[in-house]
Design a protein around this ligand. Structure first.
Ligand code: PEP
Ligand code: MN
Length: 340
């Protein structure tokens, strides 16, 4: 259930309520909005919820108690009506400005990563992406450079000032990856890896949770709930396309997921037109569509030499094409009341 406090409620009242809820066996999550403080009480003990709600409603500082029937609670708008804005080293995701994250699919070596980092920065990107631990469908495919790749990313951050985002695939590596990165990426194949989700939920690093290959919006939000349930509310949701019968594109980019998520969740939405289409020639158009639909950020694969890329060359933009993408999104952003 969620408990909405009256505008007059004090900090002492809030602590009184938190103590009361904890004594009853609830997990307590607090959302302090611009207008109201809302308390989420989760993990209800086996008692009559209607009776508990009435008891809580009798407190002078409680305005209303509302049961949450949806399968996701902390990541929903009922609990947190205001949009979440995540500050990553000064870059705000979920605010007025559209944030562009860009970089190679994989960190392949120092030169390739540095060259790409400089190019995406010059074109206007504000976060550098790059995979060091790579999910590979084939066990014989490139698996990434591991910690050496993280070190290269850290040096690219130092050289450019761009915060970095990189994927963590294994719960055992969360501490290591978190010690290098500014944003932890959970890949599509791991969206339902619940022990990994709990582990990143224990950190206080922002997390970008990609939509699973064949996941519904509700399953995706419940995955985010695993992270929020551990106290890490800095989560962004990344639409990266889903499996359909279509084979012309690598995946089918679900444009409707963007306004759908914005309606029911307060979490920022990131669009990945690279994995969403699998074709570099479609990336700009889908980027513009995603911004028009309400995306807060883009994550785009860029490679200086896609013909030599170890992975995802076909969907990677050369730096000059990425510059064109950047030039093209400003007008769309403006049309929907945003900036780039
Ligand atoms: C990636 O971002 O390089 C990646 C592997 O993405 P996804 O998990 O969406 O397939
Ligand atoms: Mn990739």
């Amino acid at each position: 259930m969620i408990i909405i406090l009256t505008p007059e409620a004090t900090e002492n009242d809030l602590q009184d309520l938190v103590g009361n809820l904890k004594d009853r066996g609830y997990g307590v999550h607090i959302s302090k909005g611009v207008e109201k403080t809302i308390v989420g009480a989760i993990g209800a003990p086996d008692e009559d919820k209607a009776v508990i709600a009435e008891q809580i409603e009798s407190f002078r500082y409680v305005e209303r108690v509302v049961p949450i029937l949806k399968p996701y609670k902390l990541v929903g708008r009922d609990f947190h009506p205001d949009k979440t804005v995540i500050n990553v080293n000064g870059v705000e995701i979920g605010g007025e400005k559209i944030v562009v994250m860009a970089g190679p699919c994989c960190v392949e070596n120092e030169d390739q990563t540095m060259e790409t980092a400089m190019a995406v920065k010059a074109a206007g990107a504000s976060i550098l992406r790059g995979g060091a631990f790579k999910p590979s469908t084939s066990p014989y495919g490139f698996q990434g450079l591991g910690e050496d790749g993280l070190k290269i990313l850290a040096r690219a951050r130092e050289a450019t000032g761009l915060p970095i985002i990189t994927e963590v695939m294994d719960a055992r590596d969360v501490g290591l990856v978190a010690s290098y990165t500014d944003i932890l990426q959970i890949g599509a194949r791991n969206m339902a890896n619940f022990s990994l989700l709990r582990e990143v939920g224990e950190t206080r690093k922002p997390v970008m949770l990609k939509r699973g290959l064949s996941s519904t919006i509700e399953e995706w939000l419940q995955a985010a709930e695993y992270i929020a349930g551990r106290g890490n509310y800095e989560i962004m949701l990344c639409e990266r396309g889903i499996r359909t019968f279509e084979t012309f594109t690598r995946n089918t980019f679900d444009i409707s997921a963007i306004p759908a998520i914005n309606g029911i969740s307060h979490l920022p939405v990131v669009a990945d037109p690279s994995h969403g289409t699998g074709k570099w020639s479609l990336v700009s158009a889908v980027s513009r569509a995603a911004i028009a639909a309400g995306a807060d950020a883009l994550i785009v694969e860029v490679h200086p030499h896609p013909e030599k890329a170890l992975k995802d060359g076909a969907q990677s933009l050369r730096p000059d094409k990425f510059q064109l993408l950047m030039n093209g999104i400003g007008a769309i952003a403006k049309a929907v009341g945003r900036t780039v």
